[in-house]
Design a binder for this molecule. Sequence first.
Ligand code: PGA
Length: 253
Amino acid sequence: MSPRRPLVAGNWKMNGSAEFVQNFAAELVDRVVEDAVSVIVFPPAAYLGTLVRALEGCAIEVGGQNAHTEAAGAFTGEVAPEMVADLGGRWLLVGHSERRQYFGETDDLIADKFAAALRAGLAPVLCVGETLEEREAGEAEGVVCRQLLAVTQRLDIAQVALGVVAYEPVWAIGTGWTATPDQAQEMHRVIRAALSEQDAKLAEGMRILYGGSVNADNAGELMAQPDIDGGLVGGASLSAEGFAAIVAAAAGR
Ligand code: PGA
C-alpha cells in the first residue's frame, strides 16, 4: 500500500466557457465521491474564480495553468501567482511542455515560477518530460533529470516537497499515444531516485503524476504502478464523466 494519497488533476488548457464551467462543476460534484483521492482542476485563468465558486463546499481544488514570477507590476497581460491564490486557487502548473515549447520557457524561468508559486502559498505541479527525438536518441532520462535538477538545485528539498512532479512525455501529450505502464513506471522510479539523493524520506512522500493521453481506459493500469501516484489529464478532463472515471480508477489503485 503506497504511503501517498493519489492525486488526479485536470488541465483544461485553453478550453471552456462560463457555461461549461457551471455544467462541469455541477456534474463533477455529483460524480466524484472518492475522498481517498485529491482532485484538482486547472481551468484557464479567466474562469478560475468562477470555478472556485462553483466548487465551493466540496473537496475538489482549483489551480492556475501558469503565472508570472513577480507578485505585481508593469507586465501587461500577465497574472501573478498571488492573484491565483487571491481567487481561491491552491495549485499552479509549472513548466508544462506547451509553455516550454510555444512560450520559450527555460529551466531557469520554470525554477523561478516554482519559487514564485510557493511565495504565493500555491503548491506547484512541476511538469517534466522528453520529446520523441530525445527518447529515440536515448536522452529521455537525462532530459527529465536536467529539468528536475533545475528546480531541486535552486530550492531546498523541503520546499520542493511542498509540490508535486508530473512526468509527461511530450510525445504522449494529446496524441492518444500513451507511455506503456512499464515505460512510465521506469521514469517515475528514476525521478523518485533523483529526489531521494537529496532526502529519501521526503522523496518517498512526494507524489509523482503521469500525464500524456490518460483516459478512463488506461488510467487504472498506469496508476497501479508503484511509483505512479495519479495523473495529469488534458483532453479527457474536459468531460466530467470521463474525468470522474479516472478519479475512480485512482481510488482503486
Ligand atoms: P492529454 O494532455 O491528456 O490531452 O494528453 C496532458 C497534459 O498536457 O497535461
